[in-house]
Design a protein around this ligand. Structure first.
Ligand code: ADP
Length: 609
């Protein structure tokens, strides 16, 4: 929940400043103004006054009995004199005889217009400006999740995109693009659809793992259709006070309807669209926001030209009311790219950098198996950075290959010092993996083996590369995979008769695989085709939750142990049978630190010959 922040400078603070300015004006500015006029007056004695009167040298005269003074000017009215009053009964007569003009205002008071401006208009201007400034400040802080602004939505968050992304920029994802092209066509020419009586889906849900290009696709739809694009993240709706999120939803839809045809993109919609439940302490604000979203989606008529796209990594957590027909009724999966997709994505991003002409993109794509679009973009950028670092003018195949390793395993550790014995153990460990993989027919060939420590903590690794796309994996392949994973530990045990912590990651992966085989893939004879585990968060690491009794759980554990043990023994047997090659390859790797798949196979086949 958002924390309530008190504004740093309270209203009182600003009122005090305004008051101070007013006081300064009244007590300093105005008196100073008249003071400057007073300064032009020359003080003279009464005698001088009488002499000037007698000599008829007075132009105007003003007698102020209250202030006990006489003000008078010379004949040209250029100099003002002042003298004190004397009890003189003939004063009036004398002045009259001198030809002076009686005046009521020799010294002009401050310009009435100016004083009016200073005393009335200026304070109003100051107050209005202050008010404007304050309300802007509060608006801004409300945009930053401050709770000072009640009920009004901060429309600023909806950015109109001019990024100009087109479908051509999104590589792969052909199925998703096909579905979205229909939307573009609709936005171009809604009448075609109206004529036949077809209604466009109001909401489209893009689901898939992070970094697969969901946001990009939404932007591409807006770019292709050339319509305004409102983008907001689901979490931006959720506010401190109940009802504020709902108000933002209303405001967003109001704006969207005004700008129709347009696209509204709500990223991470699971932040507001989570299933509602009856749990005590439920999030009222989130539910209200969701209710408002549902109402708004029902409220706007079909074919208004507002298309709502949203993206999520957790479609299973969405409220069923949100995904029913009439709301987000179309779901477009945006999956991790396959081999062809990866190659295309790499090429799209390679256009932004300078690369050598002889790059084997297919090989890079094969090496980066399982990478998302965002990771591939990162790989290409890393390659460019590496080229600059090494003083080349363009990125080479080696740069790209190395950057895959950087993205997978981190940078090479420059000063990690392994003892000789450790290095030997790591070499045997890695060759153990590679040898077991190579000796099992169904395993993918080894691409590269290295024992250079990485910043991720890996002391070495064996990179396997799938030859093509793999959609189905057989039981034997999975078993072989487990055997390959155990190969490292098996080699250590075989050669050194001692085991190390180096296998922690292998153990984790092997256990995960073995468990999935038994509980989800129905690959154990006893359980058969019974789902014992269900996957939650399919796109976010695939956590699982057990759906079976405690006894079955114990049985599953036993089976997992047995399965891994059997594969470990298989790996140990393969290594024992090929121990001579294991030694040869390990010492070669120990010398070279990094060897390629070809070198490995060459040594292996030499032995066979
Ligand atoms: P998501 O919204 O699915 O998490 P994004 O759309 O934000 O992912 O993608 C992040 C970045 O990954 C993009 O800016 C782009 O550089 C890159 N990317 C992802 N998928 C693709 C793709 N299919 N084609 C080209 N680039 C992609």
């Amino acid at each position: 929940m958002n924390e309530v922040k008190t504004p740093k400078k309270p209203l009182l603070y600003y009122s005090c400043i305004a008051l101070l300015i007013l006081l300064l004006l009244n007590f300093l500015a105005l008196p100073l103004l008249s003071q400057s006029q007073q300064n032009q007056i020359q003080e003279v004695d009464y005698g001088t006054f009488m002499t000037m009167a007698e000599n008829m040298e007075i132009g105007q005269v003003q007698v102020s009995e209250n202030e006990n003074q006489i003000l008078f000017t010379n004949k040209d009215n250029t100099i003002v004199y002042r003298t004190g009053m004397m009890p003189d009964l003939n004063l009036t007569q004398m002045l009259r005889d001198s030809g002076a003009q009686f005046s009521s205002e020799i010294i002009q008071q401050a310009d009435p217009l100016l004083s009016f401006l200073l005393t009335w208009i200026l304070p109003i201007i100051i107050f209005v400006a202050l008010g404007q400034y304050l309300s802007k400040k509060i608006m801004k802080s409300a945009g930053g999740a401050n709770s000072m602004m009640f009920g009004k939505s901060n429309a600023k968050v909806y950015v109109q995109s001019s990024a100009g992304i087109k479908f051509a920029d999104v590589a792969g994802e052909d199925e998703a693009k096909d579905s979205l092209k229909e939307i573009v066509e609709y936005l171009h020419d809604p009448s075609k659809y109206k004529d036949i009586g077809a209604t466009m889906p109001k909401g489209i849900l893009l689901v898939g793992p992070p970094g697969t290009g969901k946001t990009m696709l939404a932007k591409a739809v807006a770019g292709e259709a050339n319509v305004p694009f409102f983008s907001i993240s689901g979490s931006e709706f959720v506010e401190m006070f109940v009802g504020m999120g709902a108000s933002k939803v209303r405001d967003l839809f109001k704006q969207a309807k005004e700008k129709a045809p347009c696209i509204v993109f709500i990223d991470e919609i699971d932040a507001i669209g989570k299933k509602r439940d009856n749990r005590i302490g439920g999030n009222d604000e989130r539910e209200q926001t969701l209710n408002q979203l549902l109402t708004e989606m029902d409220g706007f008529e079909d074919n208004t030209g507002v298309i709502i796209l949203s993206a999520t990594n957790r479609p299973e957590s969405l409220d069923p009311a949100l995904t029913r027909p009439g709301r987000f009724d179309r779901r477009i999966p945006v999956e991790l790219p396959d081999l062809k997709g990866r190659e295309e994505i790499l090429k799209v991003h390679a256009k932004k950098i300078k690369v050598a002409e002889d790059i084997d993109w297919n090989k890079i794509a094969r090496m980066a198996s399982g990478a998302s679009g965002a990771e591939l973009a990162n790989i290409v950028n890393e390659a460019a950075l590496r080229a600059v670092r090494d003083g080349r003018r363009y990125a080479t195949q080696a740069d790209l290959e190395e950057s895959i390793e950087v993205v997978i395993a981190g940078y090479q550790k420059k000063n990690a010092i392994l003892t000789d014995q450790e290095k030997r153990v790591v070499a045997y460990h890695e060759i153990g993996h590679a040898l077991v993989a190579a000796k099992q027919n169904n395993s993918a060939p080894v691409q590269k083996i290295t024992i250079v420590p990485r910043t991720s903590g890996a002391l070495g690794y064996t990179m396997q590369v799938e030859e093509g796309n793999h959609y189905l994996v057989s039981k034997e392949e999975l078993e072989n995979k487990i055997a390959t994973l155990t190969g490292g530990r098996a080699a250590e045990d075989l050669v050194f008769h001692s085991i190390s912590t180096g296998a922690a990651n292998d153990i984790e992966q092997a256990t995960k695989l073995a468990r999935a085989m038994i509980t989800r893939y129905g690959m154990s004879e006893d359980f058969g085709m019974v789902a014992l585990e269900t996957v939650t968060d399919q796109y976010l690491g695939g956590d699982t939750s057990l759906a079976c009794s405690a006894e079955t759980q114990a049985e599953i554990d036993r089976k997992v142990v047995a399965l891994i043990k059997a594969q470990y023994e298989k790996a140990a047997k393969i290594l024992a049978e090929n121990q001579q090659k294991l030694d040869e390859l390990a010492s070669y790797l120990y010398e070279k630190e990094t060897i390629s798949g070809e070198e490995f196979m060459e040594i292996l086949n030499n032995e066979a010959a």
